[in-house]
Design a protein around this ligand. Structure first.
Ligand SMILES: O=c1[nH]c(=O)c2[nH]c(=O)[nH]c2[nH]1
Length: 326
């Protein structure tokens, strides 16, 4: 399945596909700059992050006509070894003094373009490697997050991507994509799925109420790509905020389908963040199968089991026109 994650710049008509790079560059930075002064929204308590421990899984993708001879003529002149790219990215994480994934990618991309004139365009992407805060007791009997110890997390993670080209006034962000990936959410009751096509191939029973388990990625683009950098924190959209909107909407609405839930989340994200141009979704249905639909006459009490493969998925994109139609 194609995904909404990497915005693969299409070769122009008559042009070939040609790029190369390095992926799965895992890097960690302690005491990066904190993210502060983000605009808060009603769905989320998120108002910033310390960035005491920042983990990234980075992908680099270079483009440039000078690299053609590397393929065609076995001539490695101008070829930047992908191993060098890895070292370059790792070094720059120590140089970056901002607070966002996208800001780091933009900073590193500009350094690449500066160092290697043969690069015409560069795409940099990163998944944030998530860590959770852990509460420790304070002297007055409360609990607060430890400054030092973090839990390695299997939970959702932030995503960023920038595509930089050389403009008349120097490097420019031609495209960007930001996101939160791998949210895994279960709603125990309060979701239905009915009224779909019934024919000789349909075996799925209609459900007025089901225990719904979804995994979801949400991506967004800004009207002004520069806003993704977080240099003006009030215009930055933190992945944590979109994560929180998603689970708040899941909690709030009695969805008729995953499609319905996606649409409601998209509207809310566009409403809260007028600086965004589009919101893009990718969802997977992981809903468990009920083996006991009610226990002692109580329909809320169920026993469920893992679903068999295959799994359903939904992809959907929305922009400001969807909000205006409301
Ligand atoms: O929310 C859902 N959307 C579907 O398109 C679908 N198809 C299916 O079998 N179950 C579900 N659930």
């Amino acid at each position: 399945m194609t995904t909404n994650k990497h915005r693969e710049p299409e070769p122009e008509e008559g042009e070939r596909l040609m790029n190369y790079g390095k992926e799965k560059i895992g890097i960690y930075r302690t005491y990066a700059s904190p993210l502060e002064n983000v605009r808060t929204i009603p769905e989320s308590s998120f108002d910033g992050r310390d960035n005491t421990l920042l983990g990234l899984d980075v992908r680099v993708r270079l483009e440039g006509d000078k690299f053609f001879k590397n393929f065609k003529e076995a001539d490695n002149t101008d070829l930047v070894a992908t191993d060098t790219m890895k070292n370059f990215v790792q070094y720059q994480l120590g140089e970056y003094d901002g607070a966002t994934v996208e800001g780091f990618l933009d900073f590193t991309g500009r350094e690449f373009l500066d160092q290697y004139p043969q690069i015409e365009a560069i795409q940099l992407s990163a998944d944030q490697i998530p860590f959770d805060e852990l509460d420790v007791p304070t002297d007055d009997g409360d609990f607060e997050p430890s400054d030092l110890v973090f839990r390695v997390s299997q939970n959702e993670s932030g995503f960023g991507e920038v595509y930089l080209t050389r403009g008349d006034d120097g490097p420019q962000i031609e495209e960007q994509n930001s996101g939160i990936t791998d949210m895994q959410l279960v709603k125990v009751k309060g979701s239905s799925f009915t009224d779909y096509v019934q024919d000789e191939h349909t075996t799925l029973p209609e459900r007025e109420d089901r225990t719904l388990y979804i995994s979801m990625d949400v991506f967004w683009t800004y009207e002004d790509p520069e806003d993704c950098l977080g240099e003006e924190p009030q215009r930055y959209v933190a992945p944590e905020q979109v994560r929180d909107i998603t689970h708040v909407m899941f909690d709030e609405i009695y969805s008729q389908s995953i499609q319905d839930l996606i649409y409601q989340v998209g509207l809310r994200v566009l409403e809260r963040f007028p600086q965004l141009e589009s919101v893009n979704f990718e969802a997977n249905n992981q809903t468990w199968i009920a083996v006991r639909e009610e226990i002692d006459g109580d329909e809320d009490v169920r026993v469920l089991r893992e679903p068999a493969r295959p799994t359903g998925y939904q992809q959907f994109s929305m922009d400001r026109d969807d909000l205006e139609e409301q």
